[in-house]
Design a protein around this ligand. Sequence first.
Ligand code: PGA
Length: 245
Amino acid sequence: MKKLLVANWKMKPTTLADVELLTRASDAEGVVLAPPFPYLDFVKKMARHAELCVQNVFFENPKNGGAFTGEVSCAMAKAMGATYAIIGHSERRQFLRESDAMIARKVAVALEAGLIPILCVGEGHEVRHRGEAQAVGFVGMQLMTDLSLLKNEPSELIVAYEPVWAIGTGNNATPEQASVMSNAIRKAISTNHPSLRLKVLYGGSVNAGNIAGFARERDIDGFLVGGASADAGEFPKLISIIHNL
Ligand code: PGA
C-alpha cells in the first residue's frame, strides 16, 4: 500500500497566485490537499489527481444550516468536494481551546456526513519528558474521549499521531517513537472500536530529509505534513520519495 501524504497548508499561502503554484506542484496520486476554506473551490477545480480535505469542521451539522457565525459544516465541506476533514489539530486545541469533548462531536458528525476524519492526537513536551509509557497513556486518554460518540458502525478513520513538541519545530520524533505510538493507537482502537478501518499517520516536522526513515516503518500508513507541504519547492520532493518507495 502506498503511503498517504496529507498536505496541511494551515493559514497559507496568502495570494491566489501562490495557491495556484502550490496546487500545481502538489497535484499527484496519493496526495490529499488541505487548503484554507476560501481556496477549496479553486484547488478542487485545478487538481486532477489529489483529493481534498478541510482543516476543520463545526461540531453540529444541522440539515438547514444554523446560526454559527464563522463556522463551516460537514455538509458544506462535502459540497465543496472534500473527502477528508482534519479534526483536533493541536493548534486548534491550543489557540482556539478546542476540547476533547468538542472534538468527539466533530468526529461523530464528520463520519455521519460521510467525511473521513483525520483525527490529530499527540502529547506535549512535558508528558514526553516523563517517558514513553506516559505518552502512550496520554494519547490513549485523548482517543478514549475523541472517539466516545462513535456508533459501532464500520467506517474509515485516520488518526494522525502528532507530538506537539515536534510540530513546526524541526525537532521530529524518531521513526521508532512514531512506530511505538502508532502501534499503541492501533491497539487501543482495535479493542474499543473493532469495526473501524484505520490508518495511522505521523506528523511533526516531516521533510524531504527525514520522510524515508519514517516510510520504512510498516506501522506508519502516511504523513500529515505542515510546513513542508506549503513549500512548492519542497513538497514535490516528498511526493517523489513516496512514489519511488
Ligand atoms: P509541521 O506541521 O510539518 O510543520 O511540523 C505538521 C502539522 O501541524 O500537521
